[in-house]
Design a protein around this ligand. Structure first.
Ligand code: IVH
Length: 663
């Protein structure tokens, strides 16, 4: 065996041993023997740099310093899942799925790993790229760090497609987490708070050697790409397993929702015996054609859902209650607690929701209360330990006037919240509006933070959003802690914000129910604020994914003189109320048409057809109604869909007829 052959032999051997140890959990050689072979390979690679290979098992141990992480667009967006909390929610999900598909189908149940999500791309069986979730549209390139994960193969074996993406979760096992914290304690450093944050923090470290020392693991659970091996999610995962990727053995196929509920109940208790943390179960429709047919809402897939286990609870003392005023004037009571450790963090404050909740639970200052935290959500008080109550304690009386401006609070029929009606002059509301406006996902104004906003409002320099654009340097220089340079930065940050795209400006306005995604939809659809403002309730409803609540809120917002004046003023300051030129449509042949795509096609994938519909001015809708113009129907279209189309007199059009129509 010559040197080149020996290097290649050692790489293969070591890859195999890694796989047995970290993926299959069945070591085949001793650590001593493994280390010996590894040192031999490291030596040979050093002596013979001409045989350098970026994917050699020696690369796993790290040793590279990364300056910064490039941000890269995801080929397919990385969405999250909507949550369910009980069997009833799961039945609702099942009913929603059954309404949209009328062929027998299966569910796949998986553990919901509590870590950091990752998207891997393999090309010709080699790991090419690893991206974090980021904002779902683009993520950070953490390939070099991911390469250090012991259970993750850098090269695959078997009949993998030329190119595919596979998504999964990077995590740290409970025992490795303890090991890491023991090391921290030994070095008299602050321990890590929980495995999830530690895993996601590790991915962004600059020294790959340190990442290696974080003992990361990775489970894969979702394959994407053009040429996937099968049309079933479960079989695709089995294939991935055969190529050397780590897929959990706990994944199971269930023929109905009752099977799903059994699985959920089993893991609700069995989860404590797992070597790593999970925070729920993920349920997915198995067949990938059906997944495509079900599609997505603006935020979530319709073909999958997560079931969240009940969160951990702790009890602590309620020291006092304070009241926050939001940007809409809504009052939120907040519990100030005796600090307590909960799910890895110290909790000092928790939400009390509203007056009804306080009354229902009869929460009183001085009580011992139960606090719960679910995922990222703010902790909340969920109960009171009545047996510990002080005999002299008094029921909580909800405030009747605004804690900021003293105005009498109002509470509308059927509304759980109290509101301060003084939207024009209540400082907290004004500050809240500005806070939202300048937020990172909104105008993201450089040099302007909440503290400065508070000062500017208190000094009466700003009260309406448009006042920001009238600010002059001389006015802000006298403010506390404001130096020449920071004043200049602020003014130039405000000036720069005029270039922020329409969709973000629309979100920044803070219209109720118009979040980031909805703002994007509206900006794309209407392209100008004038078009949006003149749209009626019915016209708004016709926009994909805009429902009653959003439409009503928009009509209400634009009906107010004050808001129209605000937009007029912002336009006067040259803010961007025009969407960037949309990708030119190929034609208007389908303009005004609502199309349902259903079934399996010969020449194009369903997604391609949907894109073609949009490019020719049409709109994709997911279910057949009176408003549907035609159904683009392929093979295996469900009989009930067919029936519905017939009943409503909606024409069915074949793939060929469709192509003729648009060419
Ligand atoms: S599927 C569109 N499967 O949970 C499909 N996600 O809220 C989306 N997660 O961002 C992902 N275990 O980070 C899926 N077995 C599993 C999962 C899982 C954990 C995470 C993932 C995702 C979030 C969804």
């Amino acid at each position: 065996m010559n040197t080149e052959e020996r290097i290649s032999f050692l790489r293969k051997e070591l890859e195999g041993y890694n796989h047995s140890y970290y993926v299959l959990d069945t070591p085949v050689i001793s650590d001593f023997e493994f280390d010996k072979l590894m040192s031999e390979l490291i030596g040979l690679e050093e002596e013979n740099p001409e045989y350098q290979d970026d994917l050699s098992p020696t690369k796993k141990v790290g040793g590279m310093v990364i300056d910064s992480f490039n941000t890269i667009n995801h080929k397919f967006p990385m969405l999250s899942l909507s949550n369910t909390y009980n069997a009833e929610d799961l039945n609702d999900f099942d009913n929603r799925v059954k309404k949209l598909i009328d062929v027998p189908f299966q569910y796949v149940c998986e553990l919901k790993f509590d870590g950091a999500s990752i998207s891997l791309t393999y090309v010709n069986g080699k790991l090419k790229q690893a991206l974090t979730r980021g904002d779902g549209t683009k993520g950070d390139d953490v390939t070099e760090n991911v390469k250090t994960i012991r259970s993750l193969p850098l090269k695959l074996k078997g009949d993998f497609p030329e190119e595919f993406e596979i998504r999964g979760e990077i995590l740290i096992s409970k025992s490795d987490f303890e090991k890491l914290n023991d090391q921290k304690i030994e070095k008299e450093e602050k321990p890590f708070s929980n495995p999830r944050n530690t895993a996601s923090g590790s991915l962004k470290m600059h020294d790959t050697k340190e990442v290696y020392n974080r003992l990361l693991d990775c489970f894969l659970y979702h394959m994407l790409g053009e040429n996937l091996p099968t049309k079933e999610h479960f079989s695709n995962l089995e294939k991935a397993k055969s190529w050397g990727l780590k897929v959990s053995d706990t994944t199971e196929v269930k023929s109905d929702i009752y099977g799903v509920i059994d699985y959920v109940n089993y893991w609700d208790t069995a989860r404590y015996d797992l070597p790593f943390e999970i925070d729920g179960i993920v349920i997915k429709v198995n067949n990938t054609d059906l997944q495509e047919e079900l599609g997505f809402t603006s935020k979530f897939p319709r073909w999958a859902i997560s079931y969240k286990f009940k969160s951990e609870q702790v009890f602590t003392k309620l020291n006092s209650i304070s009241y926050q005023v939001g940007r809409t004037g809504a009052i939120t009571p907040v519990a100030n607690l005796e600090p307590v450790q909960l799910a890895g963090t110290i909790v000092k404050r928790a939400s009390l929701h509203n007056a009804d909740q306080i009354e229902k639970l009869d929460i009183r200052v001085g009580d011992v209360v139960y606090v719960e935290k679910g995922g990222e959500i703010i902790p909340k008080v969920v109960g009171v330990e009545l047996k510990d109550r002080d005999l002299l304690s008094q029921p909580t009386e909800f405030i009747s006037t605004c804690p900021d401006c003293n105005t009498e609070l109002v509470r509308k029929e059927g509304d759980a919240k109290h509101y301060c009606p003084n939207s024009e002059n209540c400082n907290q509301q004004i500050i809240g509006k500005f806070e939202h406006f300048i937020g990172r996902k909104a105008m993201d104004i450089d040099g302007l933070g909440v503290e400065t906003i508070e000062l500017l409002v208190k000094e009466n320099l700003i009260s309406e959003i448009s006042d920001l654009y009238l600010l002059r340097k001389e006015q802000i220089l006298p403010l506390e802690r404001m130096a020449e340079k920071s004043a200049e930065n602020l003014i130039s940050g405000i000036e720069e914000s005029k270039k922020i795209p329409f969709e973000r400006l629309l979100f920044a306005l803070g219209i109720r129910f118009v979040g980031e995604t909805v703002a994007k939809k509206l900006a794309n659809h209407y392209t100008t604020i004038d078009n949006l403002m003149s749209s009626t309730f019915e016209e708004l409803l016709a926009v994909d994914e805009i429902g009653d609540k959003i439409a009503e809120s928009l009509v209400h917002y634009f009906s107010k003189e004050k808001n129209r004046v605000l937009i007029h003023n912002l336009k006067g300051h040259n803010l961007c109320f025009l969407a960037e030129k949309k990708q030119e449509n190929l034609s208007d042949k389908l303009s005004g048409m609502a199309v349902v795509v259903s079934g399996v096609f010969t020449h194009h994938s369903r997604n391609e057809l949907k894109q073609m519909i949009e490019k020719h001015g049409g709109k994709n809708v997911s279910s057949i109604s009176k408003k549907t113009t035609f159904v683009l129907s392929g093979d295996n279209m469900g009989p009930s869909k067919k029936e519905k189309a017939e009943e409503l007199g909606i024409p069915l059009i074949s793939e060929e007829e469709f192509i003729n129509k648009i060419s």
